[in-house]
Write a protein that binds this ligand. Structure first.
Ligand code: NAG
Ligand code: NAG
Ligand code: NAG
Length: 215
């Protein structure tokens, strides 16, 4: 007891002596500048992960993809941050029809008369077709996934984006619009739900298949 108290007093004396020295002020100043730098760094990294990424960050020049989410009728949410799909610590939950409507995505399914739930393994492709008798709303998650949508306002006739493995995306494909999902992830599986507003027979008179030859 006595010993530790003496050590504490001794330490205080050393500190006070140190502060009296002419070097103490620049040292302290340096220390506070360092603290400020650390806190700014932390603030910056936390804000950059919770804010939506810019269109530039979302595009992937390595894959030849430079289009914006607006051109493929898509909204995405990062699972790492607070977002409309991450309500609490249990994980995410969403209603695709309501989310598409609230995100002002036009031309999606107004209700889900027919639903497809599926997996796409790495390198796999689904879609690459055009339905003429239904609007479709997608939810896509689980892996790095390329989403392509027919869009004649874009010079090449379509737009495409890559959804990250830590994102959930909701996209809409109005009736008569071709769409394709490609898993471009090396290991993870893509999962998706396709909600259609008519239970049309899936046949060649209501849909065009293998729309894009490069996929
Ligand atoms: C698709 O959406 C359009 C409006 O965006 C609507 O007129 C049409 O009834 C919807 N359903 C089908 C099956 O086309
Ligand atoms: C419809 O059938 C074709 C093959 O006949 C298939 O490639 C396509 O994935 C099917 N689409 C849906 C939404 O089931
Ligand atoms: C394909 O769908 C259309 C439209 O619903 C229907 O009239 C036609 O009989 C179907 N064809 C086949 C081969 O199932």
């Amino acid at each position: 007891m006595v010993n530790t108290r003496r050590i504490v007093i001794e330490n205080q004396r050393i500190l006070i002596n140190l502060l009296k020295k002419p070097l103490a002020f620049p040292l302290l100043l340096g220390f506070f500048v360092f603290l400020t730098w650390i806190s700014l760094r932390l603030q910056h990294s936390s804000s950059s992960s919770s804010h939506p990424k810019s269109a530039q960050e979302r595009s992937n020049p390595d894959l030849g993809i430079l289009d914006g989410d607006d051109k493929v009728n898509l909204v995405r949410f990062s699972l790492a941050s607070l977002s409309p799909v991450r309500k609490d610590d249990r994980g995410w939950l969403l209603d695709p029809v309501v989310l598409a409507r609230d995100s002002r995505l036009k031309g999606g399914a107004a209700s889900c008369l027919s639903i497809h739930v599926g997996e796409i393994r790495p390198g796999g492709l689904r879609g690459n077709h055009r339905h003429h008798t239904c609007n479709e709303t997608f939810v896509i998650w689980g892996a790095k996934t390329k989403f392509r949508l027919e869009n004649h306002k874009v010079e090449k006739g379509y737009a495409e984006v890559v959804i990250g493995e830590d994102e959930v995306a909701v996209a809409v494909s109005p009736s008569g619009t071709a769409h394709a999902l490609v898993n471009v992830d090396p290991v993870r599986s893509t999962f998706f739900i396709g909600c259609q507003d008519s239970n049309m027979p899936n046949n060649s008179s209501t849909s065009d298949y293998k729309v894009w030859k490069d996929l």
